[in-house]
Design a protein around this ligand. Structure first.
Ligand SMILES: Cc1ncc(COP(=O)(O)O)c(C=O)c1O
Length: 281
């Protein structure tokens, strides 16, 4: 692991580097990105930097300078051959009083590079009883206020699953703790709309674009919001995310599914082909 904090590459990435009053630490006032690194090169970095800026604007933080973030990314990647890894970019409100109000200090910017293990084959998911608030002030932003995801993921892991799927307050399917969801039902490939409150996942956007440009099956793809219970009759389910790429789901709650089913397998092939051909799509 290598860490760069406010312009400085740390000698030891585990050394103390942030003030205890950092608003990201004390109240979760921050935004972040996880960027996949393949053979030392970040994947879709431009899209991640754009989303970091969108999330920062959503919190009312000054925009992060994309060139400075790129400098940090280059610094943590330099001199190491990271076959598969991730960059974690974190941008917070900086040092502040102990309360919800911000201070006058400049934001904190941290970039960390670390190795990552591939996910491998199909996985299990469970639906969780806590809703995503699609009408909340931070809906759709990638903020460091992730404790709801921590609780939901622990709940899923207790049941042998690797991801928890949320409905929103309307009861419609929304997303996972760290992934977007696609499913096949009634002859269509579907995914929740951004109006569901899900994160505008970069993997989700890329798959929508790539599948839309050249549908690799005869199955139409549609963004639609419908009750979480639709998963109970889905023929296929898959997750997409920076760390999972396209990952088939073989169990959803107590139901087993073909994994990968034919549409999922086609999307995996499409993903591998398009992502392999362009590191900054
Ligand atoms: C809540 C949430 N939804 C969806 C995703 C998937 O987004 P991406 O494809 O950009 O990784 C993530 C990624 O970490 C996430 O945290």
């Amino acid at each position: 692991m290598r860490a760069w904090v406010n312009g400085r590459l740390l000698d030891d990435p585990t050394e103390p580097a942030l003030p205890v009053s950092d608003h990201g630490f004390t109240v979760g006032d921050g935004v972040f990105e996880s960027v996949k690194v393949v053979s030392g090169t970040p994947f879709a970095l431009t899209r991640h930097l754009d989303r970091l800026a969108t999330s920062a604007a959503g919190l009312g933080l000054p925009g992060p300078d994309p060139d400075v973030v790129r400098t940090g990314a280059a610094a943590v990647l330099a001199g190491q051959d990271l076959a598969l890894g991730r960059l974690r970019i974190t941008y917070t409100g900086g040092p502040a009083p102990f309360g919800s109000g911000r201070g006058d200090a400049p934001p904190t910017l941290v970039v960390v590079a670390d190795a990552m293990k591939p996910w491998g084959g199909a996985t299990s998911v469970v639906t969780v009883p806590w809703p995503r608030n699609e009408r909340g002030a931070i809906a759709g932003l990638k903020t460091t206020s992730y404790a709801e995801n921590v609780v939901a993921l622990a709940h899923a892991q207790q049941q042998g699953a690797s991801e928890a799927l949320f409905a929103n307050t309307a009861g419609d399917l929304c997303e996972g703790t760290g992934s977007n969801v696609f499913y096949v039902v009634d002859g269509e490939l579907r995914t929740p709309t951004l109006g569901s409150g899900c994160l505008a996942g970069i993997s989700r956007a890329l798959l929508l674009e790539w599948y839309g440009a050249a549908p690799v099956t005869g199955v139409p793809l549609r963004e639609v919001d419908e009750p979480l219970a639709v998963l109970g009759r889905a023929e296929e389910i898959f997750l997409v995310s920076t760390t999972r790429d396209v990952q088939a789901v073989h169990r959803c709650d107590d139901r087993y599914l073909e994994a990968p089913g034919p549409v999922t397998a086609a999307c995996m092939r499409l993903w591998n082909e398009r992502a392999g051909a362009d590191s900054d799509p």
